[in-house]
Design a protein around this ligand. Structure first.
Ligand SMILES: *[C@@H]1O[C@H](CO)[C@@H](O)[C@H](O)[C@H]1NC(C)=O
Ligand SMILES: *[C@@H]1O[C@H](CO)[C@@H](O)[C@H](O)[C@H]1NC(C)=O
Ligand SMILES: *[C@@H]1O[C@H](CO)[C@@H](O)[C@H](O)[C@H]1NC(C)=O
Ligand SMILES: *[C@@H]1O[C@H](CO)[C@@H](O)[C@H](O)[C@H]1NC(C)=O
Ligand SMILES: *[C@@H]1O[C@H](CO)[C@@H](O)[C@H](O)[C@H]1NC(C)=O
Ligand SMILES: *[C@@H]1O[C@H](CO)[C@@H](O)[C@H](O)[C@H]1NC(C)=O
Ligand SMILES: *[C@@H]1O[C@H](CO)[C@@H](O)[C@H](O)[C@H]1NC(C)=O
Length: 368
């Protein structure tokens, strides 16, 4: 045992700084200030990563959880890639100690549990966050929304959320990323853009929504795009459905072509007979929809006029029948008048009897 301790001492005496040490399974280059631990079946972040490290790549391993203990004493790391591991849980303040961290790549992981302050970096220097193919399933978006809110990411410039199977983006999910310039949402399953989806992103310069499940943009979605005054948009490879419902989007495209980088490549997917038609060409559909609308009104008016004519005709027929029967009717009216008169006289007579007290008395005594 004492021998071992001496050996240990000797090691540190011969190498007074730890700079020439390199963790097992990693390659260290002091000149390039780079450490790579690539595809070595590592189960955790190796200890003893040299302090000079600026670029740290721990990729293609079997790491499952990372927490605040992992990156102690790595003040100079600016670029950290943990892509292609099996990370499923990121604890709060995992990266806090990486005071110079500017770029964090967590792509191709299986994040299921993301703690609220998972991405907090003390210096607030984080500029790039890559979460492409990083979420375990769509449910993880809720955790992510919370941690984007609580991780003090006001300085973030780029966020990659592509290929995550996202169906829905919670309202205001990006509202605390007030400096964000680039947002990648390509290759998800986003069905619609709702109110407040992109609120707070007034400096956004690039938004990629290609390869999603958008059939159209409704008014509220178009308003969201309008609220990104500087953003260039990628909207291609969505299953646009060129029926009348696409009218507001097509009209918006017609006047906002400059905003949409791939406007020439936007094509109808449905209906089948319009497949591959450019959306700009299909904008003529708008006229089609309007004309159909006017046609409907015209049909309605025509039917009112027709109803009027029919009613008028029925009325005329009625009068004509009355005219033909005028003699019979006259006779019947006279008969009616006579009957009425008789009834009236009878009634009048009874009234006189009833109202004359003497006669009434006579009648009552007579009754008795
Ligand atoms: C970080 O870099 C600075 C200079 O860039 C250097 O003085 C310092 O020693 C480095 N930190 C560590 C822990 O090596
Ligand atoms: C994020 O990572 C993926 C996969 O590693 C890569 O293809 C993509 O270019 C990265 N995104 C950015 C914005 O660099
Ligand atoms: C996502 O995974 C979690 C944990 O396995 C599960 O509880 C949840 O139902 C899954 N959500 C979806 C949308 O598949
Ligand atoms: C889209 O995402 C899926 C996984 O969600 C991935 O397998 C596929 O390669 C991605 N496609 C592109 C073009 O990035
Ligand atoms: C969506 O936004 C509009 C105006 O911007 C507002 O009138 C409407 O109430 C909002 N709808 C919802 C569901 O928040
Ligand atoms: C649409 O275009 C693609 C490629 O441009 C082609 O493979 C496909 O056959 C076209 N479909 C129709 C219905 O024209
Ligand atoms: C597209 O915009 C032009 C003017 O920029 C206008 O003349 C044209 O009618 C519009 N087309 C449609 C279908 O709205």
């Amino acid at each position: 045992m004492p021998d071992l301790r001496i050996l240990f001492f000797a090691l540190f005496c011969v190498h007074p700084t730890r700079s020439s040490l390199c963790p097992l399974g990693c390659e260290c280059s002091e000149a390039a200030q780079t450490v790579k631990c690539v595809s070595k079946d590592l189960r955790s972040i190796p200890s003893g990563i040299p302090g000079y490290t600026r670029n740290l790549f721990i990729t293609g391993n079997q790491i499952r959880r990372i927490g605040p203990q992992a990156f102690k004493g790595l003040d100079n790391v600016t670029t950290l890639s943990l892509s292609n591991n099996r990370i499923c849980e990121v604890e709060s303040h995992t990266f806090s100690t990486l005071r110079s961290l500017r770029s964090l790549d967590l792509s191709s992981n299986q994040l299921a549990v993301i703690h609220p302050e998972a991405f907090t970096v003390q210096s607030r220097m984080l500029r790039e966050l890559n979460l492409s193919r990083a979420l375990y399933n769509h449910s993880s978006i809720t955790d992510l929304a919370t941690s984007l809110r609580w991780s003090s990411l006001e300085g973030l410039l780029g966020l990659d959320l592509s290929s995550n199977g996202l169906v829905y983006l919670p309202p205001r999910i990006f509202s605390h990323l007030s400096s964000l310039r680039r947002l990648q949402l390509a290759n998800n399953s986003i069905v619609s853009i709702y109110n407040e989806t992109f609120s707070g992103l007034e400096y956004l310069e690039e938004l990629d929504l290609s390869l999603n499940a958008l059939k159209t943009f409704r008014e509220e979605g178009l308003l969201e795009l309008e609220h990104l005054p500087r953003a260039k948009l990628n909207l291609g490879q969505n299953p646009y459905t060129c029926t009348c419902g696409i009218e507001p989007f097509a009209a918006w495209l017609n006047v906002s072509q400059g905003k949409v980088v791939d406007v020439e490549r936007l094509i109808c997917m449905f209906p089948v007979d319009l497949r591959n038609t450019s959306l700009l060409t299909a904008a003529r559909l708008i006229l089609g929809c309007h004309r159909a609308g006017e046609g409907d009104n015209l049909a309605l008016q025509t039917s009112y006029v027709f109803l009027g004519i029919v009613l008028g005709f029925v009325g005329l027929m009625f009068l004509f029948v009355l005219y033909l029967n005028r003699k019979g009717i006259k006779k019947r009216i006279y008969d009616l008048r006579d009957t009425c008169r008789e009834v009236w006289e009878g009634y009048h007579y009874r009234y006189e009897i009833d109202s004359d007290p003497r006669l009434a008395q006579v009648s009552t005594t007579a009754d008795v």
